[in-house]
Write a protein that binds this ligand. Structure first.
Ligand code: DQQ
Length: 477
């Protein structure tokens, strides 16, 4: 079933400032590149309906990271081509002024190349696979999982990492090298699951969508952990890279909200590292088919490293252009004053900036998308006794067709400091940034048209809020 774009615009759960195509299925961000002043976002796309299948590369462009122009499909699987069953994930490279896409064709999974026109609108597929199969000393399983090439330039040539698995041993990222971008020599695993600890983040059985980049004097290997037990989340390893070997020092989950996956990082002309991830749906497939669309891109997140090696994520500064009206701006509030300040505020396209004293209550935070009688609400809060930050969607919707979940992340406030919470509400998407250190992307599907309110939340103590600021955001998509 393929939905007309007009149908999905009537859907109140459809995001209005997070990127998504006019209709149908979208998953991973692909081929992110800053090219001739424009940000190009390619993405896994099925033009035939809101479900994963016949995967093409969709394409969009932005100059401000807020407004996106939809462009024609960049890559399409074609009978008889090496990607006949799908053009799976990959990256874009500027090879001395020539745009190249590296991607995985299926089936079998093999690494392919396409060369682009100067405007990135026309792509010519290379007739041979660059890498036809995984190395013989890797048991990549019955489907020979071997995908999602990520390429970068170094002083001594070009390098590529590819995600795979070694059955019984877990995920693996394979390192290759080339001098001409066409002929690739396998070197060795850049990292194997057996070389890292499962704690604090279990590393599953298969690794997908690797990204490898220098950041603030260290190197970051980001990858997406997959497992048949339905475990899917991205993990970042931060460490040192020298002489083609990577030694991770720090390991963390990239997002704790249960729908953020397959992130990819773009380096722009100012050398900023901007990351997008795919946000999948958390409602029944029948509801996705009825909506005619499935899958949303996260907001662009600016990456940096904390002194302890932790990955810091902050919303791209350009997103402040989306602010229309300031709906609330208050400082120094106790709980009743915070409740009074938020009482008149309503909305489904909001940005919130909230600061609170984490030690002033047993639990402290706020509720968004609250119905007048609290029949529906989503809670975002810190629990001091358990040392957790959480987002609770248990009461987000009265519908039985949607997932009701509680997402938790270990969190220790900075000693003596207020917690800084930034929240973006965009219909069925909520993105939460806690002190830049812990992020949650969640999906909610309220049923009531009046589930639009905000209220502070606290339990015990003498809750103190220092800042409450709320903006109404533009519908940019
Ligand atoms: N999605 C793509 C794969 C990738 C997976 C297929 C991750 O290339 O491993 O649509 O979501």
């Amino acid at each position: 079933m393929s939905a007309a774009p007009g149908d999905s615009m009537l859907d109140r759960h459809r995001p209005r400032y997070h990127f998504l195509p006019p209709a149908n299925w979208m998953n991973d961000p692909n081929g992110l590149i800053h090219w001739q002043g424009g940000y190009h976002l390619f993405y896994q796309y099925n033009p035939h309906g809101p479900f994963h299948g016949t995967i093409h590369w969709g394409h969009a462009r932005s100059t401000d990271l807020c407004h996106w122009e939809h462009l024609p499909i960049a890559l399409a699987p074609a009978p008889g081509d090496l990607d006949a069953e799908g053009c799976w994930s990959g990256c874009a490279v500027n090879a001395g002024g020539i745009p190249l896409l590296f991607y995985t064709g299926v089936s079998p999974q093999r690494q392919l190349l396409a060369t682009g026109s100067a405007d990135l609108l026309h792509w010519h597929k290379h007739p041979e696979p660059l890498i036809a199969a995984p190395p013989s000393d890797i048991d990549a399983g019955p489907h020979r999982d071997f995908r999602d090439p990520y390429v970068w330039r170094a002083d001594d040539g070009w390098y590529m990492v590819i995600g795979s698995q070694d059955v019984g041993k877990g995920g693996v990222v394979l390192l290759y090298r080339s001098l001409d971008l066409l002929h690739w020599e396998y070197l060795h695993p850049l990292l194997r699951a057996s070389e890292v600890h499962d704690f604090p983040v279990w590393t599953g059985s298969m690794w997908e969508c690797p990204n490898f980049l220098p950041l603030n004097g260290a190197h970051v290997l980001m990858l997406s952990v997959w497992d048949q037990q339905v475990t899917y989340y991205p993990v970042a390893f931060v460490g040192d890279y020298a002489a083609q070997h990577f030694a991770p020092r720090h390991q963390s989950r990239v997002d704790w909200g249960g729908c953020f996956y397959a992130p990819q990082v773009l380096r722009d002309a100012e050398h900023r590292a901007l990351m997008w991830g795919w946000l999948w749906e958390r409602r029944a497939q029948a509801a996705q088919l009825a909506a005619g669309w499935a899958g949303v891109m996260s907001l662009p997140r600016l990456l940096s490293l904390a002194p302890d090696g932790g990955l810091l994520q902050t919303p791209a500064p350009e997103l402040s252009q989306l602010r229309r009206e300031t709906l609330c701006t208050e400082i120094e509030l106790d709980l009743p004053a915070a409740a009074r300040a938020l009482a008149p505020v309503r909305g489904e396209q909001l940005e919130l900036w909230v600061e609170f004293d984490p030690l002033s209550a047993a639990e402290i935070g706020l509720d968004v998308c609250v119905a007048p009688g609290a029949e529906e609400f989503t809670r975002i809060a810190y629990d001091a006794a358990r040392g957790l930050f959480y987002v609770d969607t248990t009461h987000a919707s009265l519908s039985v067709e949607v997932f009701h979940e509680v997402f938790t992340a270990p969190f220790s406030p900075q000693p003596g400091a207020f917690v800084q919470l930034r929240v973006f509400v965009d219909h069925s998407v909520i993105e939460v940034f806690v002190d830049e250190r812990v992020c949650f992307a969640v999906r909610i599907y309220p049923t009531r048209p009046d589930s639009l309110g905000l209220r502070p939340f606290a339990r015990g103590g003498q809750p103190r809020f220092r800042r409450l600021e709320v903006w109404d955001l533009e519908a940019a998509i």
